[in-house]
Design a protein around this ligand. Sequence first.
Ligand code: OOB
Length: 535
Amino acid sequence: MSDQIKEWHQQAAKRYREKGYWQPLHLGEQLRQWTQRHGDRIALVEGEQRFSYNELDQRVDAMAAGLHRLGLRCGDRVLLQLPNSVAFVVTAFALFRLGVIPVMMMMANREKDIDAFCALAEPVAYITTATFLGFHHRSLAEKAQKRHACLRYVLIDGTCTDDRGVPRQVSCTDRAFAADAQPDATDTAVLLLSGGTTGTSKLIPRTHADYAFNARASAQLCGFDAETVYLAALPVAHNFPLACPGVIGTFSAGGTVVLARSPAYEEAFPLIERERVTHTALVPPLVTLWLNACEWERPDLSSLALLQVGGSALDPKLAARVRPTLGCRLQQVFGMAEGLLCYTRLDDPEEVILHTQGRPLCIDDEVRLVDGNGRDVPAGEAGELLVRGPYTIRGYYRAEEQNRASFTEEGYYRSGDWVRLTPEGNFVVEGRIKDIINRAGEKIAAPEIETLLKAHPDIQDAALVPLPDEHLGERSCVFVMTAGATLDLPAVRSFLLARGVARHKVPDQLEIIDFWPLTGAGKIDKRKLVAMAAG
Ligand code: OOB
């Protein structure tokens, strides 16, 4: 980073503090403040369990004390792999309070991802649950501990087994941690996963101050208040339901978070009815399922005021069905774990809500659209979206080389999204120039899978491309060149699964190819591959 850009960062940080975007509190203290304001109101609901802000705050303290007694300290990293649950929320805030940094894993992450996160972040602990959806997470964690010396503790459902094999409940009432080192608001609070464009995993360091702003400003934009009942249907380890405004934004407004184990309508509809849910967030493929289910389920969704939809392209025809079917407003969200959030506004004209992905959350989000040579495109034309601002990262975690490619000299993040600006100032996402598959909102880095497949004895070369899919938005199709060997999809899939690849990253379709279509620059022409698969 040049001296000039360092100077810019310092100036910008000063501005963000002066404007009140960055508050001098870590997320653990933020929860304390929200508790002081909203103490007896209900903060969290899971099944039959209901916790007021006071009760939640006490549980967070007890968990923080237990984790501290175990030996976790400010600045340590831990792997957090829990489903939507009280345990997730309590543990996350306990870690924030200690300044211990969680890697926000998805339940679908397997050995391959775990190995990458361990190599990169050197976590001291792995916090998870015994089983989820029939999968034994206990054994995943215990095996990871054998492979990675950095993992001193494995915590299963709040219980840690010490080196003599004695299990012990972690939560306790010891308050010694309060006197210990506290994180600064500008320290990293959390490491989010990046969909990535490369073969190596990247982690996204979000600070306490920027993440609290992200959640609070989003909550204000979405009109959240103490009456808000937010249904966390998507997995809360994801940025969207965690902080856009999600769980953290709801707490900032004194509202209630209702946790769903899965985003399936069979689970969500009864919760919306019972808890009188007002707000929730989905990815487009789930919107299709929810809307279709309304035709035969006839649920009472009258409490619902707003459905946020983001993570991948929303078909305007589907968007147009939301209000008539669910009876609530729609908001399009175009966001990224790296920071920038674009929202359609609640009072935008129907046309804008149905056909655009909105505009940035904050007036200090600096956005540029550039052509292939890095020059600003003329008004109305599409270009790659670059961004810097109060809640957009300045670099990936421990990834200097990658950062030189992903950020400009002026500190802008290169999103890889190909975007156009309408005359009214809203963004329309037209495509992307990054090498990923956006499968139902889950991002798959093509090079990660290609590199693994090239190690297969019968595969000479492989290229993973997105194909349009009615249900998923995009599905992944792998083209492989074999040395005449016969190969089928199940064989390819089991090869990858045996290497610990998460199930959603395993290709949906296989095509065998005899020659590669090439670009002018001599690279595999993925556009042509997509066209070939289409017909
Ligand atoms: C969200 O975050 P990520 O980090 O999983 O993925 C970011 C990428 C964007 O760069 C873009 O390529 C795509 O997902 N994307 C969309 C989109 N929203 C995200 N593409 C088209 N239309 C949209 N509305 O996906 C995310 C983070 C926070 C809030 C919402 C989504």
